[in-house]
Design a protein around this ligand. Structure first.
Ligand code: TYD
Ligand code: MG
Length: 460
């Protein structure tokens, strides 16, 4: 006798919307061609109370009686990570860590486990991807581990939930959410239904047992965490670990954080013995900068609360095609096009006859408008084949009329440049009138305030 057929429904891969029939466009998030067919999840809610992630009965409480105060935080011992998290891990929070395969997510989290377990916290590392032996081998490159770290290689959420309940760890790592499955959902691990359900279960465990939980999520070609967007809505914090595959720099960035700012970044270097924090990113980003070459300009970007000096490189050369080629690595492509149009119109250089390539050296992605002046200066320097003074930095936003507009935290940028031995600073005139930074930084620094890109031509 044929088995009863499983009931199938359609899910939107983007937002997790459920529909009985296939649709070209999702009515919820309006994305096209995102529906996939999966077996329907059994109504697991009532069963959930006994099984994985059971919910403690809770009662309504009076708003005025709810206790607030600072949330309890655990310091990871890795300063760069603590900063991105907004000052340590919040107890009972759910953190999603996304990034390309091989970028170093497992390494970072294992290092965090090492620090935390050394500090006496009970930590459980759940891996659905590697065997205990593989994890141990990786761990041995990172240093010694203490007794407080537990490893569980499992993908069945019921078993994981039981282990968590009996072990009662303070911190749990789930490496990766795409390998986890819950039996009651009929579909394969990694599918929309599974990812959604698994995250839901883990969230209930984290909140009810006050455990800080880190979930690793794989990233799709488009650069978002695979599985539905709902995943990002469900967790408290979303971190992305990114970097240039070839280079050893790694940047940890918060894109959502209920307990801190979202524009902080942490900088790491991947070494043979694991990830190392980079305490002075500016120095690091400027390593190997060519001296006295045209098309290379140093500018300063504010990432979170920190100024970071970066080198912008431009290559402008005569085009051989009807359509000039343009690329922008590490910054916004459309912004570069716009700046080239401003140069064409305001300075009168026929940019349409030139190919232009822009690169922010070091593999960092920067979209801050203060980078504009650096890009324009690099383009002009390459076009004229004239080296930009290597002791000068410039920053400022460029408007459509060619005006140089004010940026925030100009003082911090000047201080950072002074620290690294720069001697001239080209910046928006508005900012240069009253620079808010310590006198020492200003002592050896020549400040040049400009208000339009014509003035830029005069000073370089
Ligand atoms: P991994 O943490 O496994 O990446 P993910 O979990 O994001 O997929 O990182 C693996 C890469 O890191 C691998 O290419 C080797 C490199 N690596 C080092 O360079 N040094 C080390 O000490 C370790 C542990 C890994
Ligand atoms: Mg991994």
């Amino acid at each position: 006798m044929a088995k009863a057929k499983k009931k199938m429904v359609f899910f939107c891969k983007e937002c997790g919307y459920e529909s009985p029939k296939w649709q070209g466009q999702c009515p919820m998030c309006h994305e096209w061609d995102t529906f996939v067919e999966e077996p329907v999840a059994k109504p697991a809610r009532s069963g959930m109370r006994e099984g994985a992630g059971k919910i403690k009965s809770s009662e309504p409480s009076k708003f005025v009686e709810v206790k607030t105060g600072e949330e309890e935080r655990i310091y990871t011992g890795i300063n760069e990570l603590d900063r991105v998290l907004g000052g340590g891990i919040v107890v009972g929070s759910l953190v999603l860590v996304g990034g390309d395969p091989g970028i170093g997510k497992s390494t970072l989290l294992l290092q965090m486990c090492r620090e935390l377990s050394d500090a006496g916290k009970k930590v459980l590392y759940v891996s659905g991807e590697e065997s205990p032996k593989q994890i141990k081998m990786r761990g041995e490159r990172l240093g010694n581990f203490s007794e407080n770290l537990y490893i569980l290689c499992e993908t069945d959420l019921d078993i994981i939930a039981e282990s968590i309940e009996s072990l009662k760890p303070e911190i749990v790592i789930i490496d990766s959410i795409q390998t986890m499955y819950h039996e009651e959902v009929g579909s394969a691990p990694g599918s929309v239904g599974q990812v959604r359900e698994a995250t839901g279960i883990l969230m209930r465990i984290a909140k009810s047992m006050q455990i800080a939980m880190f979930i690793v999520g794989h990233v799709t070609k488009e650069g978002v965490v695979a599985g539905p967007r709902v995943l990002e809505h469900m967790v408290d914090t979303v971190l992305y670990f990114e970097g240039d595959g070839g280079a050893s720099y790694r940047f940890l960035r918060a894109v959502k954080n209920r307990f801190g700012s979202t524009n902080e970044i942490g900088v790491f270097e991947m070494r043979s013995d694991g990830l190392r924090e980079v305490l002075n990113p500016s120095e690091y980003m400027l390593q190997g900068k060519p001296e006295n070459e045209s098309g290379s300009v140093v500018t300063c970007s504010i990432e979170g609360t920190r100024p970071i000096l970066v080198e912008v490189q431009a290559l402008v050369c005569q085009t051989n095609f009807n359509m000039p080629r343009r690329t922008a690595a590490g910054t916004d492509y459309n912004r570069v096009n716009l700046l080239m149009a401003v140069i064409e119109k305001r300075i009168g250089i026929r940019m349409g006859e030139y190919d232009a390539y822009i690169n922010v050296a070091g593999g960092m992605k920067i979209t801050e408008p203060a980078l504009d002046l650096g890009i324009v200066a690099a383009l002009l320097s390459s076009y004229k084949n004239q080296a930009f003074d290597s002791k000068t930095i410039c920053f400022g936003e460029v408007g459509l009329v060619g005006e140089i507009r004010a940026v925030n935290l100009a003082g911090q940028r000047v201080s950072e440049a002074a620290k690294l031995g720069f001697e001239r600073c080209i910046m928006p005139k508005v900012n240069s009138i009253n620079i808010n930074c310590d006198a020492d930084a200003l002592k050896g620094m020549k400040i040049i305030g400009i208000s339009s890109i014509y003035e830029l031509l005069e000073v370089i």
